[in-house]
Design a protein around this ligand. Structure first.
Ligand SMILES: [Zn+2]
Length: 330
């Protein structure tokens, strides 16, 4: 990997004025376009059934002003694909495809705006999503942190290893470990990046339920201690937690790490796991995101976006707030 690619992450943050915009909820937007998810493989299924739709959603987020696209691989795992009757080779091709689709969307978007004077967009980076072990189990354990006594460090590394290799080979600009619920899995990610000599810059994001600790109950101090030792992890933060937790956690993380801080909360709607539906947010519309994005930036976040139930209009609101929005395309 050349020098440019190694510094591309920091360069982008600088170009974006000190705080880059990440895209928003992926499955949410697929659903708006009519995709149906009542399957543990969730948005990964779309890689098989409707890759054009994935590209379309990436393009919508770019139009909205996203500087970073997260690939559709959050719940795409080799064991998950195998359980659906796919071969390992087919599963690996689908993982690579998730990166390829985002890169294609980024390139075609950039081709179309690059020569427009004053367009206000940045050439986006593609971050390969690596969901936690709990996201693969699809039993809510990414929000409880309880993987049970039989899940140890080696098991978590084995779970992540091949997918990480395949995603890296597909050529993303960044890696996004998402909704990590405990210290053990953070450690597995850090050790794996080292063991596999991964040169692609990574971020690690935790989920949180109480707004103060990792879902496992372990303190973020303990969790970040593990991550601070790694130069391969360039940013740490929180994703898929309610937005009102973000500000205090940014302040907390600032005390605990020198790494860039990333937040991409969900919309504040509450997932009712038993009924398998979203209960409405008490009060967190796009206008609130516009307001809070500025506070999160001022608190020290370097990357801000949205997770579940946020949409291109959320990202547009964030982008508008942080950099007066991309210029309207003629
Ligand atoms: Zn989410």
């Amino acid at each position: 990997m050349g020098k440019d690619r190694e510094t591309a992450f920091e360069d982008l943050i600088e170009k974006a004025g000190g705080c880059a915009v990440i895209d928003g909820g992926f499955a949410t937007q697929l659903e708006r376009h009519g995709a149906i998810f009542n399957d543990p493989l969730w948005s990964a299924l779309c890689l098989i059934k409707d890759p054009d739709l994935i590209k379309r959603v990436h393009l919508e987020y770019l139009e909205a002003g996203a500087d970073i696209l997260i690939t559709s691989s959050y719940q795409a795992t080799l064991p998950g694909f195998l359980s659906r009757g796919l071969s390992i080779e087919e599963g690996e091709l689908l993982l690579a495809k998730s990166v390829k689709l985002a890169v294609e969307a980024r390139d075609s978007f950039w081709d179309s705006v690059e020569r427009t004077p004053g367009h206000g967009f940045n050439r986006a980076l593609v971050s390969a999503s690596i969901g936690s072990y709990g996201a693969y189990l699809a039993d809510g354990s990414e929000y409880s942190g309880c993987y049970g006594p039989e899940v140890n460090l080696d098991k978590l590394k084995d779970f992540h290893r091949r997918r990480l290799q395949v995603l890296v080979e597909a050529g993303p600009d960044l890696l996004a470990f998402e909704t990590i619920p405990n210290k053990l899995e953070a450690k597995a990610c850090v050790e794996l990046l080292e063991e596999e000599n991964i040169k692609v810059p990574a971020w690690i994001c935790f989920s949180t339920v109480d707004g103060e600790n990792a879902p496992s109950g372990e303190s973020f101090e303990e969790c970040l201690d593990v991550i601070n030792k790694s130069n391969r992890v360039r940013a740490v933060g929180i994703n898929c937690a309610p937005p009102h937790f973000s500000e205090s956690l940014i302040y907390k993380f600032k005390e605990l790490t020198k790494k860039a801080i990333v937040v991409y909360p969900n919309s504040g709607e509450v997932w009712d796991g038993r009924a398998k539906r979203w209960l409405p947010s008490k009060c967190f519309g796009d206008d609130k995101f516009e307001f809070f994005a500025l506070r999160w930036r001022d608190a020290g976040a370097k990357l801000i976006g949205g997770c579940c139930r946020t949409s291109p209009s959320t990202i547009q609101a964030i982008s508008k707030a942080l950099k007066n929005g991309p210029a309207q395309r003629k």
